[in-house]
Design a protein around this ligand. Sequence first.
Ligand SMILES: *Cc1c(COP(=O)(O)O)cnc(C)c1O
Length: 478
Amino acid sequence: MTAPDESVVHGSKAPDKAAPKELPALDKLLRDCAPLVIEHGHTLVAREARALLDALRSRAVAGELLRAELSGLARTLATRVQARMQPAMRAVLNLTGTVIHTNLGRSLLADAALQQVLALTGSPNNLEFDLDTGGRGDRDDLIEDLLCELTGAEAATVVNNNAAAVLLGIAALARGREAIVSRGELVEIGGAFRMPDVMSAAGATLVEVGTTNRTHPRDYEQALTPRTGLIVKVHTSNYQVQGFTSSVDEATLAPIARRAGVPLMTDLGSGALVDMAALGLPAEPMPQQMLAAGCDVVTFSGDKLLGGPQAGLIVGSREAVGRIRKFPMKRALRLSKLPFAALEATLRLYLRPERLVQDLPTLRLLTRSQAQIAALAQRLLPDMAAALAPRFTVETVVLQSQIGSGSLPVERLPSAGLAINPVDGKGRTLEALAIALRGLPRPVIGRLNEQRLLLDLRCLEEPALLTAQLPALKDALA
Ligand SMILES: *Cc1c(COP(=O)(O)O)cnc(C)c1O
């Protein structure tokens, strides 16, 4: 390192600049912050104090430190310590218009599920303890009857997520054997979850049948060999093949599988336990229909349309689910007590279908009417416009929300919201606004679209969470 230029540091230093020697010693700063040390302990406060003094010293050496900054050091240190204790995982406002947003934590838990998590996770519980016999229990026993009642299955089990359910199902039923899948269903769900890779990770040999757009019953029949362990159907949840297409549905495939003595497994992805069409939403296949059609195993997610925590639900025949449950990998993929508590409470809400749309935030948000959302947009418009003037104009707009998480990919829900336009028409100004919104105490996540920032209000149930932050937004943009 070269020595600092004398003329800069000392010679022409302005009188309001602090010299390095004016900084307090570490001990002195800690003594000045005694209550902070009592609250958080010496280790954290001293580490932050040292880092703060180091940073100030560098700026003082460079002649950049204002003497005025030295008067508020105790406060600066307190702010730093508090910031270190803030979890990095935070609540945000999802104004993207995508209801089940994978990057924003997917489904919101119902109050009943939240209460159950709170009540059970800070207390010992009977997760694997049989209260009747006083002996060891199985967590599946707490939930299996309910899942069977809701889906018509003979048996059920739950794992960490649906990806785990698929992996475990294939491994337990087809490890060391062949698994037949249509070429039109070799999907990538996102990240590294691609059906061919899942097959090999599960130790099964993938046998592809049919073509990308068309697969026929005879394709499956011709692929059956004595080495076949499983036929897999994958719901093409995040894309759609249109035009000259055909696929073989579960009802057609089930007798083919049964004749060959091979189980049939369907990965539904989202899977809805209630009829979405009856709620005015795009239809989505239901696990109970798949079981009635003759599937041996059906897997689906806990935090997509079901509206619960991250989980993978496996329902099916006693024989197939029994093999899955006994497979050694099951232990590594089992559902932890936190989501378990939330999942059970969520499933119990399905016993009261008339109340479901009120009780489950995911269904509540998906069924919000455009008129209701538009009225909210109208109400928020004046405050938003005032906070964003003069650099932006705001208008109410008609929007199209998405269900999200690969559910019903091409369907859109009529929605409404606010469009924010930069008066100077520049993308950079808009980007600065998006950054300011993300920088709020409760970050606001919208979406950029054609030189506008769109805030879809479908998922904004508490408008005060947005309006209370408008003064801070105005400051951030000033
Ligand atoms: C979402 C999805 C998965 C993965 O489910 P997770 O619960 O996210 O692990 C698997 N298959 C399909 C078809 C899906 O849509």
